[in-house]
Design a protein around this ligand. Structure first.
Ligand SMILES: Cc1ncc(COP(=O)(O)O)c(C=O)c1O
Length: 273
């Protein structure tokens, strides 16, 4: 079900539409209660500051999750710089445009339970420290990466940057355990700093590292996660041609981090296996 939006339409001169000049958030909402709301608002705020877009007042944003309605929903907020300016030159005083939509959402418990098969992508993410970590509207790299496979058995694609360092997956952050320690790629050059990643890093010791994909061969467990889908254990990693490269057997180590993540999202923390 799609609900009305704050702005019902986007004019052709909207800078978000024309240039990707804006930000978005995708938020899990259970019966009108948003999950990880402070983290989503913090990331939106960081993006507004970086791009020089005025952040909407809390009063305008805080009431939106309740309007998503009963049940499990995904609330998508889009904030653009609005219209105007001269070409790329932004108007000195932006009048941001806020749009939102709420969708019914059904997670994929088979991915939680049995783990997923993923593959390396050929696309390399560009390095741009000014935009790194933000959830901005320029997502063409993710669109291109996601077009690299259409095998429904492959759940996600792993992305490196142009220097060959691991970054994330097309719409999820990447975590692994190596020699008993949790690690995740440092996101100072590219990637989206996930809200789920942020809370997990607050609560657990997770080291940010700059490493190439060969590190995954040393991992005891690998996961992908975001604030909507929860945490998927990775059981098989293919190369960019679809040939099997690595695999992992699901075990208690997978369930520990998954349990912590799922507690935060109200998803099942344990699976009978
Ligand atoms: C490219 C990318 N990385 C990471 C994430 C994870 O972010 P979050 O945990 O806030 O959902 C997302 C979310 O959609 C994403 O699109």
């Amino acid at each position: 079900m799609t609900r009305p939006q704050v702005e019902p339409w986007v004019p052709a001169d909207d800078r978000g539409l024309a240039y990707g000049d804006g930000l978005f958030e995708t938020i899990l909402v259970r019966d009108g209660e948003p999950l990880l709301w402070p983290q989503h608002m913090a990331r939106l705020g960081r993006g507004c500051q970086r791009l020089g877009i005025p952040m909407p007042a809390a009063a305008e944003l805080d009431g939106l999750p309740a309007q998503a309605g009963p049940g499990l929903k995904v609330l998508k907020l889009i904030l653009t710089r609005g219209s105007g300016g001269r070409g790329y030159f932004a108007p000195p005083i932006a009048k941001p445009r806020l749009l939102w939509q709420a969708f019914d959402f059904a997670p994929q418990p088979q991915h939680w339970e049995s783990g997923v098969r993923v593959r390396h992508c050929r696309l390399q993410l560009s390095i741009q420290p000014l935009l790194a970590g933000l959830k901005h509207l320029n997502r063409l790299e993710n669109v291109l990466a996601r077009s690299e496979w259409d095998d429904p058995d492959v759940a996600e694609g792993v992305l490196c940057d142009t220097q060959g360092h691991l970054v994330e997956a097309t719409c999820m952050n990447l975590f692994w355990q190596r020699r008993g320690c949790l690690e995740t790629p440092r996101l100072d050059g590219s990637g989206v700093a996930g809200t789920l990643r942020a809370v997990l890093m607050e609560r657990l010791e997770i080291n940010e590292v700059t490493m190439g994909p060969e590190v995954l061969a040393e991992a005891e467990a690998v996961w992908l996660g975001n604030s909507v889908q929860g945490l998927w254990p990775v059981v098989r990693l293919d190369d960019a041609d679809g040939s099997r490269q690595l695999n992992w057997t699901l075990g208690p180590v997978h369930r520990t981090l998954q349990g912590k993540a799922h507690e935060l999202l109200g998803y099942p923390a344990t699976f009978a296996r």
